[in-house]
Ligand binder design. Structure first.
Ligand code: BGC
Ligand code: ZN
Length: 367
């Protein structure tokens, strides 16, 4: 079967290759699920893997099949699988357990192992292929009613984890109820975070560079959030108008903006960083001022990566609620389908060059 792969660490090595179709026997105890891929998304992490900054091949192979945002349909299940049937729409989590105690208790998104296992990213092949087999415990059902949002399940799991982390940390405050939230960045994570926080009842300001109206500002406004272009309004001016936010979710992909966020959050507030930055940027920051405000204001910074099964389930619930609250809006994020494995060059071009593409994905088959 066809698969899109790279040689990790080698630039411009992306290629189409034939790999063997997996079988249920690869998963022990009859717990396997064979999934036919329908749509597979790519994101900034894939871009970094393609540009050879990130990514590790599985042991014994020199190539890595990429793709970690999958959506497909169940074709066959092992004899001990009771949760899934042929024809179910599903997605799968990305990370597989390692050996740390966090992995052992089922929270492999919090692994402290240096070597970690993520399908399509590190040490395991991914989903940009025709079929995959997975242990049922890592397969997550997608309700038919939101099948049209297909490859957004994984990005929404990352948002769900980040906001869950915020709630966990802020339990220290006993009465935490965030009212004003800033979302830094209006890429897929920023927009899905905007949706999630609006559904939580927050007043949301989604902050990005390009002036509206554009597709990002439209989606934000459809969610009842306020889109702010930093080309028109500085964050300082915004704060003068609406006050300091209780919560900031940073998803710009820029460490400069991640550090800038530290200057904006209000007292007792929480900043969650989700951007993965791979280049070695140096920065000057008003360190004393930030330090003093953070101490005097009891503020918290959390880094958040990945999503485990519970975050996928939470994300799927919020995507479902999003469809009934703001029907037909979230699918606007799915801007850039590419048909045909052989057109992987176009997939890369859109991912790397098209600044207006919110979600690039391989459209393998109709729903
Ligand atoms: C993925 C996460 C993953 C992270 C780090 C992100 O793009 O969505 O699942 O943990 O990259 O590799
Ligand atoms: Zn990702």
């Amino acid at each position: 079967m066809k698969a899109i792969a790279v040689i990790p660490g080698t630039k411009e090595s992306i290629h189409l290759r034939e790999i063997e179709k997996p079988t249920l026997s690869e998963v022990p105890n009859g717990n396997g699920v064979l999934v036919r891929c329908l749509k597979v998304g790519v994101d900034a992490t894939d871009k970094e893997i393609i540009e050879a900054y990130y990514g590790v091949a599985p042991e014994g192979d020199d190539f890595l099949v990429i793709g970690h945002e999958c959506f497909g349909v169940v074709e066959e299940v092992g004899e001990n699988v009771t949760d899934f049937q042929k024809g179910d729409f599903v997605t799968a989590t990305v990370r597989r357990p390692g050996t740390s105690m966090y992995d052992v208790i089922g929270t492999n998104d919090m692994t402290s192992d240096d070597k970690y296992y993520e399908r399509g990213i590190c040490n395991l092949h991914g989903f940009l292929t025709e079929y995959f087999v997975e242990d049922a415990q890592y397969v997550v059902r997608v309700p038919k009613g939101i099948a049209k949002l297909h490859c957004l399940m994984e990005p929404m799991s990352v948002v769900a984890k980040a906001i869950w982390q915020m709630d966990e940390v802020q339990r220290r405050l006993k009465v935490w109820s965030p009212k004003v939230a800033f979302v830094m960045g209006a890429g897929q994570i920023g927009l899905l975070a905007t949706l999630f926080l609006r559904l939580r009842g927050c007043e949301v300001y989604t902050i990005a560079r390009s002036p509206g109206p554009n597709i990002k500002s439209e989606i934000c406004e459809d969610y009842g959030a306020t889109y702010v272009s930093t080309k028109e309004t500085s964050v300082e001016d915004l704060i003068a108008r609406v006050g300091r936010p209780d919560f900031i979710l940073e998803a710009t992909g820029s460490s400069k903006l991640a550090f800038d966020s530290l200057q904006y959050v209000g007292k007792n507030g929480c900043v969650v960083w989700t951007s993965l930055t791979v280049v070695d940027e140096m920065l000057e920051i008003p360190a004393d001022r930030i330090n003093q405000e953070w101490v005097l204001g009891n503020k918290v910074l959390v880094g958040s990566v990945n999503g485990n099964r519970s975050h996928f389930e939470l994300g799927i619930k919020f995507l479902s609620l999003g469809e009934t609250t703001y029907p037909g809006i979230t699918e606007k994020v799915l801007t850039s389908p590419v048909k045909g494995f052989e057109n992987y060059g176009e997939l890369v071009r859109l991912l790397v060059e098209d600044k207006s593409a919110l979600k690039v994905y391989l459209d393998i088959s109709d729903l």
